[in-house]
Structures are given as C-alpha cells and as structure tokens.
Write a protein that binds this ligand. Sequence first.
Ligand code: ZN
Length: 253
Amino acid sequence: MFDVIRIPAFKDNYIWLLRKGAAATVVDPGDARPVLEVLQREGLTLASILVTHHHADHQGGVAALLAHCRAEVFGPAAESISGISRPLRGGETIHPAGCDSGFAVIAVPGHTLGHLAYYGAGCLFCGDTLFAGGCGRLFEGTPAQMAASLARLAELPDETAVYCAHEYTQANLRFALAVEPGNRFLQGRAAEVAAARAGGLATVPSTIACEKASNPFLRCSEPEVAASAQRHGAGAADEVAVFAALREWKNGF
Ligand SMILES: [Zn+2]
C-alpha cells in the first residue's frame, strides 16, 4: 500500500502523489513545479503519471516532469494529451511502475468524453467527475452519460476513499442544502466542512458512503431531490431528467 500526499496547485486543484518507498506516482499533474518540489523534499523518484482527462490543470505539467524523469504516463487514448505512453480506454487493469497496487481503469464520460477514473487499494482518483459534494460540469458529454458515470462510481465499496481534483466541497454543499434541506446527514457534513475550511483544512478525500448520503448528484432517486429538481426545470422524475436539471441549476447557483 502507498501513502497519499496532497499537493495543492493553482487556486483550488489537488495533485495526488502516491509514495511507495522511494518511488512516486502522481495523478493529474497540472503543474510540474509543486510536484518537483515534493519529489526533491521527500527524496522520491517519479515512476508513473496517471492522467484523468485533457484539461490543462490536470496534465499541463506532464511535459516538464518528463524533462526531469523517465516516467510512464497513463491517460485517455480518446483525448489529445502529449506524452502519454500508455493509452487507455477503460476496462483495463494497470500496474504503474513504482506503485505496488493495481488500478482498475473506469471510463467515466461526461465532464469530457474520454475522462478516466482509477480505482485501486481502496482509493478512487476521479479527476473532475465525482467531487466531494458535487460533480464536474458537462463540457463534452450528455447528462445521461454523466449520470451513468456517477452511478458506476457509486457502486464502489462504501469505504472507498474519493480523491477528486478540486477543493470545491464547501460551495458544493451549499448547493446540496438548497436541493435537500431536510437531509440531516448533509446538514452535519456541511457544518463539519465549514469548520474545516475556516481552519484552513482540506476536505478531500471523502468516501463513497459519505457521497451517497449527501451528494445530490448521487441522490437523484430520492423524493426530496427529485421534487427540488422538478421545481427547477426537470420535466420528469426519472434520474437522468433530475440529474440534468440539478446540473443546470448548479451552473447558475
Ligand atoms: Zn476538467
């Protein structure tokens, strides 16, 4: 098993570094500089890079990292990302060099069409698909695609640690409370997250159990969620219509 080191980047990104002995794997290195600083500080050699999707804040540091170290780069075959040596489409199991764990590669179209998630050792690295308390915007995919991708992730074991790529939790939970004000678990989570953020603490990772209990985008079949969505444009109570209305509502929230 590896340790996971959180590397803050840009305004609110997290780059995840998996440390096993003296070897490192990084997930979504949008910026090389903070990764290189951690590698040097911890005396680590970068062996593998996992990329979830093509947006620059997730892969913009790959070329600069490859200038410093010879790493395998896993990422979506369906997206234009320079430096990928191990193109993936979902359904594979990978064993990144320098990491003692295998990862299932899960295709999760929606935010982008080639978006991948990586699941191994009880950890899910899901980029901009599932967020703590929310989900990514639909830049390329349809609501039906994203809803199916989120449903796939929600099937993972309850205790799975969810490592998303942004610290958006507090704003996401403000929206969640507007959708589902009667959810007691959500009320408690929002209070905990507000306290953590006031203290400058990160709120990622969460767990699949926590997301299923409080993330409105995983709760589209709950009556209160469906009723709120129908007051905000959902023409029906089916899960895709509810999801689509929630996503639109959140965009303008
Ligand atoms: Zn993105």
